[in-house]
Design a protein around this ligand. Sequence first.
Ligand code: NAD
Length: 322
Amino acid sequence: MEFRSNNLLVTGGAGFIGSNFIKYILDKYKNLKLYNLDLLTYAGDLNNTKQFSANSRYKFIKGDINDKNLIEDIFSDYNIDGIINFAAETHVDNSITNPEIFIKTNINGVFNLLNFANKFWMNKPFKPKKKYAHSRFHQVSTDEVYGSIYTGSFSENSLYRPNSPYSASKASADHIVRSFNKTYGLNSTISICSNNFGLNQNKEKLIPKILYNIKNDISTKIYGDGKNIREWIHVTDHCKAIEQIFNNSKAGEVYNVGSENELSNIELAKLCYKIFDKKQNIEFIKDRAGHDFRYRLNSSKIYRLFGWKAEQSIHDFLKTFR
Ligand code: NAD
């Protein structure tokens, strides 16, 4: 089986999902060389890449997706024929205190990558260079772009109503990706995924935080009344969905990627304490500004077209830390 690209540029591959994706793809496909461009912000960690850093088909490049000279050099030096963009500022709380970097990375950075993909792959609008006819830009997006929903679920046709600077920056990027497909005919796809759990996640995120607190007998702080609901998916299931979309989708398509496994924040915290057989030590704190109540995706499109479905359970994952 062959991967769609021979020289794939993965951005943000020292972070949580990107590092899991690179491991999965390098293990499975032998036809591709993979270039991991990561700025190594506080969220990037080369320890996440240890499992594959010695692979002869892998190369790490430290740098910014906003750096025009660097991106141009990467395209021409390595003959890049595919991009999967994971690079982003990702923590909603940080986007409330310091939104500017979210605009720079999540919007301008994506625009910069798209510009060079367009320059290197296209002769003119809707006319790809022969050698790059298969080339594709994939944007990794989030369910937060749709905003909050009390009942029911979001389909790929739902309106974008982002509520935080993080989700607004991701929503903007999705629109720019779409515009490059509609205006220039650039071959692009977008996946919109729910909350991920799995190995390599930064300690600022909810599940690693709860596990750390339990281990160190520190109270877990939960926003508001803890009733906010998220749909939890294992990172490997997310990676498999991106693999399917990148390899097999038509150009210009968008896919929701969810697990149907909903938990409120308080249910999740209680579940962790139960699995570790520890007395609950939970503190409710002032709610986050603009806190979305519930996200829920309708993922029937990816089920129908690719037979993909999330498989891994959050209980099983949490149990491995006991
Ligand atoms: P993460 O914060 O763990 O990793 C982000 C990576 O991007 C880090 O390695 C960081 O160093 C790198 N980076 C940041 N700015 C950069 C820049 N300017 N240039 C190059 N590299 C840069 O994030 P994650 O949780 O792995 O998320 C990856 C992608 O998936 C993001 O686009 C995010 O919006 C999306 N997503 C995440 C989730 C989730 O639950 N974690 C859910 C849906 C979508």
